[in-house]
Unconditional design. Sequence first.
Length: 171
Amino acid sequence: MTAPPPDDLDTLADRIGRQLVDAADRRQGAWRTPVLSTLTPDGPSARVIVVRSVDADACALEIFTDARSAKVSEIAADPRVALTFWDPQTSEQLRMTAEAKAVTDPARIADRWQAIGAAGQALYDRDPGRFLVLEVEWTAWDWLWIGGEPHRRATFTWTPQGRREAAWTAP
């Protein structure tokens, strides 16, 4: 059994935000490699990705990908995506509803390209034209804790004005 989550939804949301930031900051962060799901004409498509940075205040995270990957055309056709995170240590799942888009700011892309260094650049055949930064802006979280009895579930949604709404829910 893991420690129960906080009862206050604002405290819980702050903790989830810190866990997301931690995922990007630590190579071994539990939420560093979530499953990203996109939509295709044939149905959903899912794959494991690596979270590269998180800005919890902006409700956004970044991932890097090869510009030739299927997810790029899938997101261009329909930017709605979902991410699923799991932490086996805390028995927490986070499902995130979001919209993704390719970053077009050349300075931001160049900064990320330099930051990945030679080993990372080799993954793209040292061709910066194959390197793509995707920004994922979340609009909702569905959080579940199964580390004790009773299980706890909370939902968080962000309005277009950036206001967060939260509620405890029953599975």
